[in-house]
Design a protein around this ligand. Sequence first.
Ligand code: ZN
Length: 288
Amino acid sequence: MTDLFNSLAFVGKVKAKLHRSIEGTIKTVTVSLDPSGKYFASILTEAEGDNPVVSTDGKVIGVDLGLTHFAITSDGCKVSKYDNPKHLAKHEKNLKRKQQKLAKKQKGSNSRNQAKKTVAKVYERVTKSRQDFLHKLSRKLVNENQVVVVENLNVKGMVRNHNLAKAISDVGWGTFVNFLAYKLEKKGGKLVEIDRWFPSSKLCSNCYYQIDELPLDIREWNCPHCGTRHDRDVNAATNIRAEGIRILQTDGTAVSANGGEVRPKLGRKSVLRHSPTMLEAYTIVAST
Ligand SMILES: [Zn+2]
C-alpha cells in the first residue's frame, strides 16, 4: 500500500477501501470523482515474473453475448445459458424509477440536486453488482477452458438504444471481454475475437447453410437445407466456437509473440488479443 500512497503524494495520505489485494508493481493510479460524491482510484499493475507460455491446447468455448441471456456458451457438447442476475434487474428497475423522479424536478432546485445524487448512488450499486457478476462468470469460463471465442463487440455497439438499462449491459459486455482477456492471459490461455460480419446467427451450425434473414424476434428456426431446428442463441454460440477453432487452425502461425491481426481466408478479419505484459486493473473506493 505504501506505493499507492507515494503515488498519491500530491494529496497526502488517503484512507481507502480495497476490493481486492493489489499484486505486482503499480504502474498508474487514476483518481476520479463519482457523481455520487465518492472518489475512486483505478490502479493499473504489472505482475512480476515470467508470462506464461500461451497454449491453445485444451478446451475451447464459444460465447454468444446477448440481451435475452447475458451469455450462452457452447463447449462442443454442452450448452449453458447465463441469465442476467436477478438482483441486478431489481437495481435497474429502481434506477429507472429514481430517474423518472429526477426528470420531474425543477431545474436548479435543491431537490433536483438531491435526486441527482440518489440516481448516481443507485447507478454505482448497479455497476458494482454487475462487475461482481462479470468477475465470477469470466473466472468460471477461464478456469474451465483454454480458449474463449467471442464476437467482436462492435456488433453490439451497432445496436443503438437509448434505454439506460440496456446501455449498462453494453458496458457489461466490454468489461466482460476485458476480464476474460486478462484472466486468460494470466493462465496462458487465449481469447479469440471473431469478425463482426461473421453471420453467427444466420448460419446453420449443422450443415453451414446460410439463411438470408433472421429478424431479432425469431428465437427458433428450421434450417431449410438440412431441417435442423435451432435455438437462435445456442446455434450462434456453436458457430462462434467453430469459427474460433477455424481461425486458430487457419492462421495459428500468425499469432506472434506480440499478437496482432490475423487475416484468415474468406476475407474475414479477426483480432487475437495478446499483449506482452500482464496488466490488471483494480478499482478502489476512497472513504472520507
Ligand atoms: Zn442446416
